[in-house]
Design a protein. Structure first.
Length: 358
């Protein structure tokens, strides 16, 4: 099967849910004998063209500023696309613009406009594009239940395949990026309001225990605001954008996801694969997948005090810690590996190709 993929800002990825998704899928699909062409952005020092096994990577000039980078990616896809493919597969804003190529599949990683992090004009355009593509695509793949339920209202050919995780990433030992003798709590993500970054900073400012350190990995629109909010707190450290997150997950004592809106957060799977306990908000993505007090600790979005109570409970009770880590790791190992998820997606592609040929 020949597959064209557009939507990753970088390949191989740094931090980014869509980037990691495309990277992990393409590795497994390539190993299974499929041919993939990935059109992505070019960063300084990267090659314009690269062949990695059965994966053809075409890197294009762009302006590295959202959302303009995605429109450059769309234009370059039209200019640099080579030949015809069995499946055209889009992710993100740029993916919503190539639906005229058939058969076209779109994966919705949650709804951008739900987050309301951007300006009203941006949110309006994002909402229009996202609902437009649901109607025009030949197949929709959602990574979370909320997005899937909405997708089915616009297009009956909609399916749910949640994110996967490469457990092997966390089996090797990485250097410890933290200070010894502390309880290190980790947040990884964009610094945006919908990610709950303000909540977790306020939690550590008001309720943080002595010896507990919050480590924030990532950057974003609230760069200046969150640093100003935390400047008098000795128990909050910023690491900025990093090239790899494995060492941060592997050596953390707890991972916290305080988001208000998400698709299916890869970071939670990464923490579980690294055998770290997680404390997360009650998101639709977790319904039926992870149970409060079993594989994770769940609190209501915006409940700062409840979040801090859950963190403390996990960190002070070794029996809860050990049991939760064991059950979560077993679950992701059995149900969420990229080998399992990739085969589900490829099976959907094969069915779509057969339908398009009849």
């Amino acid at each position: 099967m020949d597959i064209l993929i557009i939507g990753a800002r970088r390949y191989p990825p740094g931090i980014g849910g869509i980037e990691r998704y495309i990277y992990e899928f393409s590795k497994v699909a390539s190993d299974l004998g499929h041919n993939l062409t990935i059109i992505t952005q070019r960063y300084p020092g990267e090659k314009d063209y690269e062949k990695i096994g059965n994966i053809e990577v075409i890197r294009c000039f762009t302006v590295h500023k959202k959302p303009f980078d995605q429109f450059f990616l769309f234009i370059n896809t039209i200019l640099k696309k080579k030949g015809d493919y069995d499946v055209y597969w889009g992710h993100g804003v740029s993916g919503t613009l190539i639906d005229k190529w058939k058969p076209y599949v779109h994966t919705m990683h949650g709804f951008t406009h739900f987050r309301q992090d951007k300006t009203p004009p941006f949110n309006y355009i994002a909402e229009w594009l996202e609902y437009r593509i649901l109607e025009r695509t030949d197949m929709n793949i959602a990574v979370d239940k909320q997005t899937w339920e909405i997708s089915k209202e616009y297009n009956e050919n909609s399916y749910l395949v949640e994110n996967g995780i490469d457990i092997e990433r966390f089996k090797q030992r990485y250097d410890n990026p933290y200070d010894e003798g502390k309880k290190n709590v980790l947040f990884v993500g964009r610094l945006e309001r919908s990610k709950g970054i303000i909540d977790i900073i306020n939690g550590f400012r008001k309720f943080g225990k002595s010896g507990y350190i919050l480590h924030i990995v990532g950057d974003g629109l609230l760069h200046d605001e969150v640093r100003s909010l935390a400047k008098k707190s000795r128990n909050i450290k910023f690491h900025g954008r990093v090239d790899s997150v494995e060492e941060y997950f592997q050596h953390a004592d707890c991972y916290v996801l305080p988001s208000y809106h998400e698709g299916f957060p890869t970071t939670v799977l990464e923490a579980m694969a690294a055998k770290r306990p997680t404390v997360v908000t009650d998101l639709p993505a977790f319904e039926g997948n992870f149970e409060d007090g079993v594989e994770t600790m769940i609190f209501e979005p915006g409940d700062v005090e409840g979040m801090m109570e859950k963190i403390e409970l996990v960190l002070k009770d070794d029996s809860i810690y050990d049991e939760m880590v064991s059950k979560a790791y077993q679950k992701v190992k059995e149900e969420y590996t990229w080998e399992v998820q990739t085969k589900k997606i490829l099976s959907l592609f094969e069915d779509l190709i057969k339908e398009s040929q009849t």
